[in-house]
Ligand binder design. Structure first.
Ligand code: PLP
Length: 375
């Protein structure tokens, strides 16, 4: 069996171990400490947000964001349908109901015209949603201005799920920094990782302070343990923050490397009919966290599942594009505005191995299998 090629693997820079050793030497093996403080500051500076709170996961960050806006049971939150379930689950943690919004074809992210339709519909019915969760998929920013303008017009809070888009840009800003709050993930498959972790950012210091408070069991300021609110154990450990600081130092190199992987595939498949890449929207720079391709079976001679199976037979990991949330059994019965675009992207789309440490030989192996599927 040939060596396994993974979809997206951790890629350490060099400073991580030194920083972890510093942490050990100082005995700050705790869920808080100087590495967490420094990581928050450095991360905030990196994405251009005034404030950031380091948390145990992106999911925890999104959950806290919904707690912080005071989402109540029965209230609706509109969310991109093409995403990972972690964008939606926290809505249920708070008893809310999701309404899903289809993708557009420019960036594969939330279609502002579908969002407008949903907001008009809800305004007509006199029950506006509590928030919109705008997801930035596969390293590419959604059309933030269009979505933010709609949220402003209807007075609906915008929360950005930028778990997959650290290092991307949108008209000169980082996705995740325009909404009331934004969240990021440092899960093992992300562009930089702390093995597990997340960040909540906001321009509003009081929200970020409150997030830190809620993430540390909502302890009132008292010498004894006193609690006036329900809290969570959601803080990032000081040891993992040390890894994050090291990773942040190589973020721009990781973006360049992932873009180079995508450029390699583009060149390798330039003559193949019926194969197209996720477009890069003119409004920003995509990190190509994952290189995503669509197959037209009639022109290519094989569908995406045949390509995935052929890659798997060669011990190469590839994944279908996210199965839309309105197609998930667990979310059956939730409203969806549109859905055909996300359905089509799921039916025809595949994520190819995209890690920043892939070797030229590994990339050649992947390309050869994909080419071999073309009839
Ligand atoms: C779009 C999206 N949202 C949220 C998350 C949740 O992040 P985490 O795994 O850090 O909880 C992920 C990734 O895992 C994601 O891809």
């Amino acid at each position: 069996m040939k060596d396994r090629i993974y979809l997206s693997t951790p890629h350490m820079g060099g400073d991580e171990l030194k920083l972890v050793q510093e942490t050990f030497a100082s005995n700050w093996i705790a869920p808080l400490g100087p590495q967490v403080d420094a990581f928050e500051k450095e991360f905030a500076a990196s994405v251009g947000s005034p404030h950031a709170a380091a948390l145990s996961s992106g999911t925890a960050a999104l959950h806290l964001a919904l707690r912080l806006i005071g989402l109540k049971a029965g209230e609706e939150v509109l969310c991109s349908t093409l995403t990972f379930s972690a964008s939606v689950n926290p809505i249920f943690y708070e008893g809310g109901t999701p309404g899903f919004i289809d993708s557009e074809r420019t960036s594969w992210n939330m279609d502002p015209s579908r969002l407008a339709e949903a907001l008009e519909d809800r305004a007509r019915k006199g029950r506006l949603p509590r928030a919109v969760i705008l997801v930035h998929l596969y390293g590419q920013s959604a059309d933030i201005d269009a979505v933010a303008a709609l949220c402003e017009r209807y007075g609906v809070t915008l929360i950005e799920d930028a778990a997959e888009a650290l290092g991307a840009s949108y008209k000169g800003i980082s996705p995740g920094t325009r909404g009331r709050m934004g969240i990021f993930s440092f899960n093992g498959n992300k562009i930089i990782t702390t093995s597990g972790g997340g960040m909540l950012v906001s321009a509003d210091a009081s929200l970020v302070d409150k997030a830190r408070f809620m993430a540390t069991q909502a302890r009132d300021p008292a010498p004894h343990y006193q609690h006036s609110e329900i809290g969570y154990n959601y803080r990032l450990s000081n040891v993992l923050a040390a890894i994050g600081r090291g990773q942040l130092r190589v973020l721009s190199e990781r973006v360049d490397a992932r873009r180079a992987v995508c450029a390699f595939y583009k060149k390798a498949f330039v003559d193949l009919p019926g194969l197209e890449f996720m477009p890069e929207a003119a409004w920003g720079r995509c990190t190509r966290w994952l290189t995503c391709v669509l197959f037209d079976p009639k022109k290519f001679g094989a569908d995406r599942e045949a390509v995935r199976v052929a890659l798997a037979a060669e011990n190469i990991e590839a994944r279908p594009i996210w199965k839309p949330m309105h197609r998930q059994p667990v979310f059956a019965g939730c409203d969806c505005f549109g859905g055909d675009v996300a359905d089509d992207l799921f039916a025809r789309g595949l994520c190819l191995p995209s890690g920043s440490s892939l070797t030229p030989e590994q990339l050649e192996r992947v390309a050869a299998v994909v080419r071999g599927c073309h009839a």
